[in-house]
Design a protein around this ligand. Structure first.
Ligand code: GLU
Length: 525
């Protein structure tokens, strides 16, 4: 084994004396005291100012795995890219989780949860690797690396810093000191002992054991410009010391597995169980081909848009959950489970390749979801949505809550026959907007029978019960020799402007005497 650096040199290379020894870190972040089989999971977004639906999907998997095993789900902010302004971006993530009722448990003991605040930990682990000769300071500049890359490409070699191309891998102590005396700040690179001709076997909970060529690249662990870790090194340190048992992350990290296994092996730590999730896809309108939901082309990929459109949050979660737990839908329909929180799913079932994000299916979940709500819940949701997202015109509909409640109560009293035409809160309000005079659009196409409508007005009494009301309609139909339905249709269109509505009697009861008379008179003219 090669010699590592002496403590004084490590201190100079890292710019400061490492704060902790490894045993100190182990003691500071002890194994968690949790029941056997408990999963410790985390969502680890890089704050970009945008919460992708794929992120929500991962949050759901993580929090569900923790919840169903009585474990812990954490939120870790991967803000090591200091070029980005992250303050609002983090708030967007936190707010999204909150909107979906997904809570995390960031126990202070294992924090901090912003990677930018964990430098001491990374540097302490890097110091250990430097001391053991498993990492080294590298003084290559961007220009050096560019040159190496060009040479490699020209010669047909794989690009990267490895083997003979890793110029600084075996610098002597005095060479290192000379660079430092020269004012150069090194990055810290892994001293890779991997050989791509050998294979390393890594585990993924969905895919099983996967063989890869060993990693021979001397990847950067600590960046020279800001002293912060790369994703790989932060993942090693954080998921070890936060005692993560299961790492759920995008399939784009699959190819980094051999490196991550190598890092864990070097430290003598047990790697977590990995679950690499596939992308959420859509069918491209132009090409007809399946592709990843994109931030730019697909508004539904932005969680903020789903909220602004008023999708019921539980429906979105149920829809996403059914992708990873395909038996859920049936269990729910049979009444075997009440919600995703009492359906146990197995990580093995998570799809390995792109799952289609199907708006039609989301609509179905939304309709079912709203149909199961009590009127109070429905009103509360609609109002909360409107307060946050609706324009002032739309807000009219929530100004008289009793009227809104009456409108939304229509066809909700018989549990077997609950209307299923509400999808989103936005759409719910526009679906019932004809109840408000401001929104009511008289139907100018329909050919009203003025005599029939006059006949209706002459006997109309808002206090009639449903049977009396109907008998009057039948009587009018008989008198004019037309179908009952034709009389009802005249009224329906006069009152609502539409040919298709929920129960007409209920509509009249909710609209009230004056509005009914006014609209019928309007149609007669
Ligand atoms: N910050 C990484 C990402 O956004 C996290 C991956 C992981 O969960 O380990 O892709």
């Amino acid at each position: 084994m090669r010699d590592g650096l002496k403590p004084e040199l490590i201190e100079r290379v890292l710019g400061a004396k490492p704060k902790y020894t490894l045993p100190e870190l182990e003691e500071k972040f002890p194994p968690r005291d949790l029941p056997a089989g408990a999963f410790v999971t985390r969502f680890a977004p890089s704050p970009t100012g945008f919460m992708h639906i794929g992120g929500l999907y991962q949050v759901l998997i993580n929090s569900k795995l923790a919840q169903q095993t009585n474990g812990v789900f954490m939120l870790r902010i991967e803000d090591t890219d200091t070029k980005r302004e992250v303050k609002d971006a983090v708030q967007i993530i936190i707010d999204s989780l909150k909107s979906f009722g997904l809570s995390y448990n960031n126990d202070e003991k294992y924090g901090p949860y912003y990677q930018s605040q964990r430098k001491d930990i990374y540097h302490s682990v890097a110091a250990d690797l430097l001391a053991r000769g498993l990492a080294y300071p590298c003084f290559l500049t961007a220009a050096d690396m560019e040159r190496i890359r060009a040479e490699q490409s020209a010669a047909g070699f794989p690009t990267g810093i490895y083997g003979e191309f890793a110029r600084d891998r075996d610098l002597t102590e005095s060479e290192i000191i000379a660079h430092l005396d020269n004012g150069e700040v090194p990055s810290i690179r892994l001293y890779s002992n991997g050989n791509p001709e050998r294979r390393i076997f890594c585990k993924d909970a969905v895919r099983g054991s996967i063989g890869f060529p060993e990693n021979n690249e001397d990847l950067v662990l600590i960046k020279s410009n800001d002293g912060l870790p790369t994703y790989h090194f932060a993942h090693l340190c954080d998921d070890h010391f936060m005692r993560t048992t299961h790492v759920v992350r995008g399939a784009e990290w699959l190819s980094s597995l051999p490196l991550h296994y190598q890092l864990f092996q070097m430290m003598g730590w047990t790697p977590p169980m990995y679950i690499h999730t596939s992308t959420l896809d859509t069918i491209d309108k132009d090409t007809g081909k399946q592709r990843k939901l994109s931030k730019r082309h697909d508004p539904e990929s932005n969680v903020a848009n789903l909220l602004a459109d008023g999708w019921p949050v539980m429906a979105v979660l149920e829809y996403l959950f059914n992708i990873i737990a395909s038996g859920y839908e049936e269990a729910k329909l049979k009444g075997a489970v009440k919600s995703i929180w009492d359906y146990e799913f197995r990580p093995k079932k998570i799809p390995m390749s792109g799952a289609l994000f199907d708006m039609k299916k989301l609509e179905w979940w939304a309709k079912e979801n709203i149909a199961q709500m009590s009127v109070d819940e429905l009103v509360a949701n609609v109002v909360a949505w409107a307060q946050k997202y609706a324009d002032s015109m739309r807000k009219e509909q929530i100004s008289d809550l009793q009227y809104l409640r009456n409108v939304l109560s229509i066809e909700r009293d018989n549990p077997k026959r609950i209307r299923k035409d509400f999808i989103t809160w936005r759409q719910t309000l526009s679906e019932v907007e004809y109840f408000w005079d401001k929104f009511f659009v008289p139907n100018r196409e329909y050919e009203f029978n003025a005599d029939v409508l006059n006949a209706f007005l002459s006997t109309f009494n808002i206090a009639d019960d449903k049977d009396t009301w109907w008998n009057k309609i039948v009587e009018i139909a008989n008198r004019f020799g037309i179908k009952n339905g034709d009389v009802a249709m005249n009224l329906r269109v006069a009152l609502t402007g539409r040919t298709n509505t929920p129960d007409l009697y209920s509509i009249m009861q909710v609209m009230g005497k004056d509005r009914v008379i006014e609209r019928v008179q309007g149609a007669i003219k």
